[in-house]
Design a protein around this ligand. Structure first.
Ligand code: HDE
Length: 747
């Protein structure tokens, strides 16, 4: 085995490199044009501020080889300010200095008050045409293709917080349809904490860090959160989802999305139906385990963001099917006893199946995070003809909030003119002027009716498709009350609990115990335990045991639905696109075999990462270069979905010995026994997180010293390629579930 310094050209692309051109070691001296977006990146579409195709995408990129001021004047020196003498004071006339620093001082905009941390991507939605019977929206017509921009987010943490925290995830999609923008601003849970928008500031204040010390960041494991949800018991359904594995997704690509509220669809004949929107990921719904999540947040706080961008760069395009549950638009807007206006309720899929209506692929990363992901402005009120809202009081409040918040964040009412927000449909409003206006408005009469501009713009007549406000009859005394049908807070959390498999229930018990265990106030713990007892006494008893508290006695609420298997995420076989296989090698590993394993992994649309004691490039006997992507110093188990151990490097003096507690004491190596302790840790962690493991040759020794040999989902053999294929098969079930328990639903 030999290690070269230089990176070779490797046909198997490992995503994530910051630049597509390898930089020179020396500072470049010849001017070149600005770097265009990478092949996997795409800026917002080239449409004018008034929605016309401009075809001038490149005009938005900076151009010219020379550094200029914002006014286009070329600059000779950007490293020294203009001074009165080399050691003298800086002169006020230095426009370049002042412009540079002024702009820098204002680079930030306020982060979103919720959902501050997110990642976005461009894609395409292709409709099946199956919704035509219930919805007249043109973009749902058979074969129609609509560009989309999707932003995934966590809710509670600040913009710089870690990705894999226990939290709800936002799943917001902007459809740039020919009839205007439609935003489906959903979450990865189908229910919400509160039933009325007026409590939204309260629940967010409770979930956000405590106002005095501003801790804890990005998590619900603290007193104010549990104080709120135990007092507002409508929050318990959302809370049990939050304590389930759904709150720690393996990837944005492996999350369901839900519109949460019931929407009203209108067909060509003007008939209406009540629907709930669902996004179903092609890769299945998968999560990390809690211990893994905690490690990830230290090892790679950008885990989800990186996973999304890398998958797109590698061509493993994330994909979801959009589906709807269709319920009749009855007078009471209730279905099988479920109030469809209550956003804390689901309609079980076993009762109303989700009908697929289209498919979405995400195919391009944003060319610039700030321009697109930070400035994208969603709004549940961005609707197109055929889609209308209902009287769900939570949705009604959202219709106010999302316009309002953009004024704080994007500074002016002209935010729809920011490229990522521009409609791909002709815009002819009578909104004028305002800060950051960038449209050219012709004409003199932005009012209606007018005669000076020939009466333009006209309102759409009955024969022209236009937004519909369904003439829903409303009547009633003004009142600050909720309907009695909103009072059932427990039957659906109970349905959720009973639908989980045994291993998922174990995880939920551990999550409640952890979170309540992090609270300081005994009264809050006890109150929440009493509330849990109304959901399920076994759940409450198990959590109480973990907290060392007496089991509460409560009256369980009966649920009309026994279980809903669709709520469990365990079981089934799923595609493995973009999953990461770590391949451990040492100086004795047969590198020709490693190369074959890499190819087989790449062919399975997975990412092979070679882990060796030190970095560089290895060469097989026939000279094939094999780049090392991780060393024992830089690898951490959480990055890999499965491990193939083809070597057992001995412990050696780490380059940073003494600064890394995991590095081995070099004197211990001579004692003979030791497989490098960092490799042992790697395998032990992967093992306890239920990941698939395989070993061949010396690697088998690693399984033995870590005590993982012979366990479920751990395999060994002579042929590394056959082992890699076995691992890929195992990965289709996501985890070796039996290592945690039997994974079957609780009897
Ligand atoms: Fe939001 N929400 N929300 N929300 N929400 C925002 O809008 C709000 C709710 C959701 O990636 C804000 O531009 C109120 C439910 C997502 O840019 C703000 C209420 C659901 C995103 C706001 C809710 C969501 C937001 C913050 C209670 C799931 C991120 C910045 C009535 C169906 C969108 C912004 C993105 C963002 C208000 C409840 C989803 C303040 C008042 C329910 C995915 O306008």
């Amino acid at each position: 085995m030999s290690a070269d310094e230089q990176s070779p050209h490797d046909e198997i692309t490992i995503p994530g490199a910051p630049s597509r051109v390898s930089p020179s070691r020396e500072e470049p001296t010849h001017p070149v044009d600005p770097v265009p977006p990478a092949p996997d990146e795409q800026p917002a579409a080239a449409v004018s501020p008034t929605g016309r195709p401009s075809g001038e995408e490149e005009d938005r990129h900076q151009s010219g080889a020379w550094l200029t001021t914002a006014q286009g004047a070329r600059v000779r020196d950007t490293d020294h300010s203009l001074k009165a003498g080399e050691r003298g004071p800086v002169l006020l006339q230095d426009h370049h200095l002042r412009e540079k620093v002024m702009h820098f001082d204002h680079e930030r905009i306020p982060e979103r008050v919720v959902h501050a941390r997110g990642a976005g991507a461009h894609g395409t939605f292709t409709a099946y045409g199956t919704a035509a019977g219930v919805c007249r929206a043109a973009f749902l017509g058979e074969g129609e293709q609509t560009p989309v921009f999707v932003r995934f987010s966590t809710v509670v943490g600040s913009r710089g917080s870690a990705d894999v925290v226990r939290d709800t995830r936002g799943f917001a999609t902007k459809f740039y349809t020919g009839e205007g923008v439609f935003d489906l601003v959903g979450n990865n849970f189908p229910v919400f904490f509160i039933q009325d928008a007026i409590k939204f500031p309260d629940v967010v204040h409770a979930a956000k860090p405590h106002p005095d010390r501003e801790i804890p960041q990005a998590q619900s494991a603290h007193d104010t959160f549990w104080d709120f949800v135990s007092l507002h018991t409508e929050a318990q359904h959302h809370t049990i989802w939050q304590m389930s594995d759904r709150a720690i997704p393996r990837s944005f690509r492996m999350m369901e999305g839900f519109g949460v509220h019931t929407f009203r669809l209108v067909n060509e004949a003007g008939e209406t139906s009540l629907v709930k929107f669902h996004w179903k990921p092609r890769l299945g719904v998968h999560s990390v385990v809690w211990d893994e999540a905690q490690l990830i947040n230290g090892a790679d706080p950008d885990f989800h963001r990186r996973d999304l961008a890398d998958a797109i760069e590698a061509g493993a395009y994330p994909e979801w099917e959009l589906g709807i549950q269709v319920m009749p638009d009855s007078e009471d807007q209730t279905f099988e006893g479920i109030d469809l206006l209550d956003p804390t309720k689901i309609v079980p899929e076993e009762i109303v199946p989700v009908q697929p209506i289209g498919r979405m692929h995400l195919e391009a990363n944003p060319a610039n995070y700030f321009d697109e992901t930070e400035q994208v402005a969603f709004h549940p009120g961005h609707l197109v003809p055929g889609i209308d809202v209902t009287d769900d009081p939570l949705l009604q409040g959202r219709l106010f909030s999302y316009l309002d918040t953009q004024i704080s964040r994007l500074g002016a009412p002209n935010f729809p003119q920011i490229p990522v927000n521009r409609p791909h449909a002709p815009v002819n409003d009578m909104l004028r002027d305002g800060m950051h206006q960038s449209a050219d408005h012709a004409g003199v009469a932005p009012y209606r009716p007018n005669s000076l501009d020939g009466g333009c713009p006209f309102t759409a007549g009955g024969d022209v498709s236009a937004l519909i406000d369904v003439p829903q009859a409303v009547a009633g005394p003004k009142t600050r009350e909720a309907a009695a049908s909103f009072d059932d807070h427990f039957s659906q959390p109970r349905l959720f609990w009973r639908s989980l498999s045994a291993v998922e229930q174990d995880h939920a018990v551990a999550a409640y115990t952890f979170e309540l265990g992090r609270c300081y106030e005994q009264a809050i713990r006890e109150r929440q335990l009493e509330v849990l007892a109304r959901i399920d006494t076994t759940l409450a008893t198990r959590v109480a045991e973990g907290l060392g508290l007496p089991a509460p006695v409560g009256e369980e609420v009966e649920t009309p639905f026994d279980t809903s298997p669709a709520l469990s995420q365990v079981g089934g076989h799923w595609p493995v696109d973009g999953r990461v296989l770590g391949i451990v090698v040492d100086e004795e590993t047969d590198l020709a075999q490693v190369e074959r394993v890499r190819r087989a992994t790449d062919e399975a649309d997975m990412v092979p990462l070679v882990i060796a004691p030190t970095g560089g490039v290895l060469r097989s006997d026939d000279g094939t270069p094999i780049p090392v992507q991780r060393t024992l110093l830089t690898a951490r188990s959480v990055e890999f979905d499965a491990l193939l151990v083809l070597g057992a490097p001995r412990g050696s003096a780490d380059p940073l010995a003494g600064t890394d507690a995991r590095a081995m004491d070099p004197t211990a190596a001579s004692s003979g026994a030791a497989v490098d302790p960092r490799l042992q840790l790697l395998v032990q962690e992967a093992f306890r997180h239920g990941k698939a493991l395989a070993a061949s040759g010396h690697g088998v020794e690693v399984l033995e010293v870590t005590g993982s040999a012979g366990a479920v989902g751990v395999t060994r053999g002579e042929d590394p390629v056959a082992l890699a294929r076995e691992l890929i098969d195992l990965l289709e079930t996501h985890r070796a579930w039996a290592r945690f328990g039997d994974g079957r639903p609780d009897e």
